[in-house]
Design a binder for this molecule. Structure first.
Ligand SMILES: [Zn+2]
Length: 234
C-alpha cells in the first residue's frame, strides 16, 4: 500500500476538555465518532466538550488532509517548492507554531488544535534514529512511587529521542516475574543485563536515590564499557 502523505498517530482524533482547570481527555475517540460528542458535557467539570464551531474546524482540517493524501508525491513536492515559511508565519494557522523551521525536514510530526480556530501547535522532525538506552531507577521499597517514577523516566527518554528499556517496569508486571521471590528477581536482573548489552547508554535517574539494584546496573554498564549518564527529572 502506498504510504500516505499525512499519517495519523493514534486514532487521529481524541477529545480533551477545554476548561484549563480540568484534565479530562479521551484519546481513544475517533474522528468518525466525534459527532456523537457534539454539545455533550465534560464528565468531570460539565463544560461543553465539543461545540459546533470546534467540530466544524476539525471537519475542515480533516477534509484538507484528505485532499493532500489524494496527491502524488510529485504534486506534494510541487506545492512544497513554492511554500515560503516567512509568508506562512503570517497566517493565523501558523502564527504560534513552535518549530516551524522543521517544515524543511523530509518527515515531521505535526500537532494541532481545532479549538475555536485551527492552529498548528508544533512541528518536530520525525526521529527515526532512536538511541537504545537502559533506565536505572529504584524499584524495591515504595514500589508504587518507584513504578510511577520509572514511567516518567521512560517518557523523559522518549522525549529525548531515545528508545528506553526498563526491566523493572516490564518484568515486574503481574503474571511475569515476582520481585519478592529471589530466583525470579535474579532472573529478571539477568535478562535486563542481557538487554543492557545491546544498549548504547545507561541512564541513571537519581531523584529518588541510588538503590542496590541500580548500583548493580551501573557496575555492569561500567564493566561493559557502556556510556553512563546521570539525570534528574526534578
Ligand atoms: Zn472538563
Amino acid at each position: 500500500m502506498k504510504e500516505k502523505n499525512i499519517e495519523f498517530i493514534g486514532t487521529g482524533g481524541g477529545l480533551k476538555c477545554d476548561n484549563p482547570n480540568c484534565d479530562w481527555s479521551d484519546a481513544s475517540i475517533e474522528f468518525k465518532d466525534m459527532a456523537k460528542w457534539l454539545n455533550k458535557p465534560c464528565p468531570i467539570c460539565g463544560e461543553n466538550l465539543l461545540t459546533e464551531e470546534d467540530y466544524k474546524n476539525a471537519q475542515a482540517l480533516f477534509a484538507a488532509i484528505n485532499i493532500l493524501n489524494e496527491m502524488s508525491s510529485e504534486e506534494i513536492d510541487d506545492i512544497a517548492s513554492v511554500i515560503d515559511i516567512e509568508e506562512l508565519k503570517k497566517s493565523n494557522i501558523f502564527k504560534n507554531t513552535k518549530g516551524i523551521e522543521n517544515l524543511g525536514q523530509e518527515k515531521v510530526i505535526v500537532s494541532f488544535s481545532t479549538h475555536k480556530t485551527i492552529e498548528i501547535k508544533e512541528i518536530t522532525p520525525l526521529n527515526t534514529d532512536f538511541k537504545l538506552v537502559i533506565i536505572e531507577s529504584p524499584f524495591a521499597g515504595d514500589v508504587e512511587t518507584n513504578v510511577a517514577y520509572a514511567r516518567k523516566c521512560a517518557k523523559d527518554c522518549l522525549n529525548r529521542g531515545e528508545a528506553p528499556f526498563a526491566s523493572h517496569l516490564l518484568y515486574t508486571q503481574a503474571g511475569i516475574l515476582n520481585d519478592e521471590i529471589p530466583e525470579e528477581r535474579e532472573l529478571g536482573i539477568k535478562a535486563g543485563l542481557v538487554w543492557g548489552a545491546k544498549a548504547e547508554k545507561t541512564v541513571v535517574y537519581t531523584d529518588l536515590g541510588i538503590s542496590i539494584g541500580m548500583k548493580l546496573g551501573i557496575a555492569h554498564a561500567q564493566a561493559c564499557g557502556r556510556e553512563i549518564e546521570y539525570r534528574k527529572l526534578y
